[in-house]
Design a protein around this ligand. Structure first.
Ligand code: HEC
Length: 165
């Protein structure tokens, strides 16, 4: 009986110490994971393209889209349309903190849909008016978001001399 009375507190104390060790280990693992998470987050921020970088890519595709449509090169026009869509979706995914990406839905997707219709029907006139509307959509958003100094126009020349339209 006496032995038991001694044994119980010993078990209790050693149990507590065990728990405390486990808690300490867990806490230091959590700290390590938090620090790793922070450094990964920093790395992502430093390598991911900003909205301006993505817009620069859209600008090139906007230009190529025009010449593809003007020359009736419908497969290329389709491709350029899809590239613009892809970059806009990418911007929605990775630039969540930018409020402007929430405007794509109302400010540019409908105009891109009209481009899609014109390309599908291989209709040059329809394409021209859809392209003017698309270009206006670019500028409407730039104006609304205080970036109106980025004025987009119907291109005069293709962006590169080494591609045939
Ligand atoms: C819903 C809003 C929105 C739409 C639509 C939009 N843009 Fe932009 N654009 C922006 C914002 C915001 C910026 C400024 C980004 C920044 O902070 O770097 C920008 C910047 C730009 C820039 C400047 C990039 C540079 O470094 O020179 C270009 C070029 C551009 N946009 C092209 C276009 C084209 C072409 C279209 C249409 C096909 C378009 N944008 C449609 C919001 C929009």
């Amino acid at each position: 009986m006496r032995f038991f009375l001694l044994f119980i507190p010993i078990l209790f104390i050693s149990g507590c110490t065990d728990n405390r060790t486990t808690l300490k280990t867990l806490q230091s693992e959590i700290n390590y994971l938090n620090a790793k998470n922070d450094s990964l987050e920093k790395e992502i921020q430093s390598v991911k393209p900003g909205l301006g970088d993505l817009m620069l890519m859209i600008q090139v595709h906007h230009n190529k889209l025009y010449f593809a449509g003007r020359e009736g090169n419908w497969p290329l026009a389709q491709f350029e349309h899809d590239e613009i869509m892809e970059i806009l979706k990418q911007a929605e995914d990775i630039e969540k903190e930018r409020s402007e990406v929430k405007l794509f839905h109302v400010m540019i997707y409908p105009q891109l849909d009209s481009i899609q219709q014109a390309v599908k029907s291989k209709d040059g006139d329809r394409f021209n008016s859809a392209f003017t509307n698309l270009t206006n959509a670019c500028n409407n958003c730039h104006t609304n978001t205080k970036f109106n100094f980025n004025k987009i126009i119907i291109p005069e020349r293709p962006p590169y001399s080494n591609q045939e339209f």
